[in-house]
Design a protein around this ligand. Sequence first.
Ligand code: MRU
Length: 336
Amino acid sequence: MTIPAYRVGVRTIDWVNDAVEIIDQTALPDELRTLRLSTVEEMVDAIRRLAVRGAPALGVAGALGVALAARQHPDDPEQRARAVAAVETARPTAVNLARGARRAARRLPEGPDAVLAEALLVRDEEIASSEAQGRLGADLVASMCDGPVRVLTHCNTGALAAVVGGTGLSVVAELHRRGSLREVIASETRPLLQGARLTAWELGRLGIPFRVAVDGAGAFLMSRGEVDAVIVGADRICANGDVVNKVGTFAHALGARRAGIPFLVVAPESTVDPDTPDGGAVEIEDRGADEVLAFRGARTAPAGAAAVNPAFDVTPADLVTAIVTDQRVITPPVVG
Ligand code: MRU
């Protein structure tokens, strides 16, 4: 279904008329369309294909996926447990997915309605969290940089990665509202182009001036004095302050350190994982070779070439200037 223009405020993921409705992020920026997910199998497939993606959105997807499981298998605890496990493990790196699924699953003994109520709470908390991150993050940037600022972002940290608002991009939007933003450099984010496809699409709709750069240009633009701060999101923030985020983030952090500009991580509290000691303990999702060796179905590397495709990397805590959540500003470590 293509969403009419008047529904531009549509949520990235929601519960609508007894099913989960998501914006299909594989179709953007060409087409804004929604997908309805009525079964756990459809939800798991959407998560794996990145039709729904981004840590906070995955948290909501995990919780709503369990709500689907509760309805699909009301009288079969074994099938239900298998379905819950499939949701929880659909992707391994963002802590929000398993956390959202487990939180909803704790209500299973009370029946499907209780599970759905919990999932809707997860959704509502992410909405409130985005707004708080925007405010706290913009205050922090204002205290560190002389505005109007030029910000480099990586991957997509906007409404599409959450329910509305987003993480890093909610800070950018708040800076823009305050008249404190000059420009965004959206790092394109190889290989699936979340920056070029999704962030650029969102920034355009928000009326925020931006340019897209190849990932490899980031450090050079910083060294040439064209960026005042780097703002990224996170898929998992470890106890020692290591930040796991989209591959390419580590390189931007190195560039920021060399250029002497702030490297800021913005994420909900639901992404902070005190049970994971450091980045070395996180399972980094490895995705298929085709994403690297081909582009839109056309091979770009020689036949027979192999590829390595880690979807995320670990930025060591000592490169992180500050982590902004909905509740606090942390300078690593997070715990201890
Ligand atoms: O593979 P993706 O697109 O799900 O990766 C998303 C990211 O790495 C984001 O930067 C991260 O989830 C934080 S943004 C809310």
